[in-house]
Design a protein around this ligand. Sequence first.
Ligand code: ZN
Length: 243
Amino acid sequence: MKYLIIADIHSNLEALQAVLEDAQNYGGFGNVWCMGDVVGYGPDPSACIKLLKQLDPLCVSGNHDLAAVGKIDIADFNSDAARANRWTSGQLSDEDREFLLMLPEVIVEDDFTIVHGSPRMPAWEYIAYSFTAADNFKYLTTRYCLVGHTHVPCVFEEEEGMANEGYMSHGDMLALGDKRLIINPGGVGQPRDRDQRASYAIYDSDEHNIFNYRVPYDIAVTQDKMEQAGLPQFLISRLASGI
Ligand code: ZN
């Protein structure tokens, strides 16, 4: 069985559509696992929720999802993120809100724990460095962990209480073995590794591997919608630079 692994869609419908289409080039997928931040930043929160719901995903909540439905305070957000979040809240229908409110913060499925940030602090903590990953292996009860939140595709491998770190590029294959791993598929809707293409992964449970992929999407269309919605300029321009 193949699983589409996605995170940080961030209301970017063009990026999400490109990923769903592109995955067909690699054999498609039976299930979808999503590590949260479905909304926030981008111009299409409702349409992204609707499309994702059709895929019947296993999905956890991210900090932006929680903030959009008032489950956490936006006091900890920077001003652009807070502005976009207030705008997002105003766009949600009752069904959208209900979907976001129902998302759990942690899902355990087979050998995988699925969270937005980290096993230790599911909604908030960024696993950007190997020392953070090493600490988080102590909180992990499964062999593998899928995270999002940093918008950077990478893998951390546990080794004698430490963690080795590796960046994942387009087409890279990760073999799943005995070692414990924390895996980030990168961001669909707002990549931050200087590659502006949407990032995602496909897990093959028969072959025991995960491939990372990148796909271009029509960034100008997303940016135009953001301009029209009056979303912050930095959030608009960063899509083109991938930072
Ligand atoms: Zn995010």
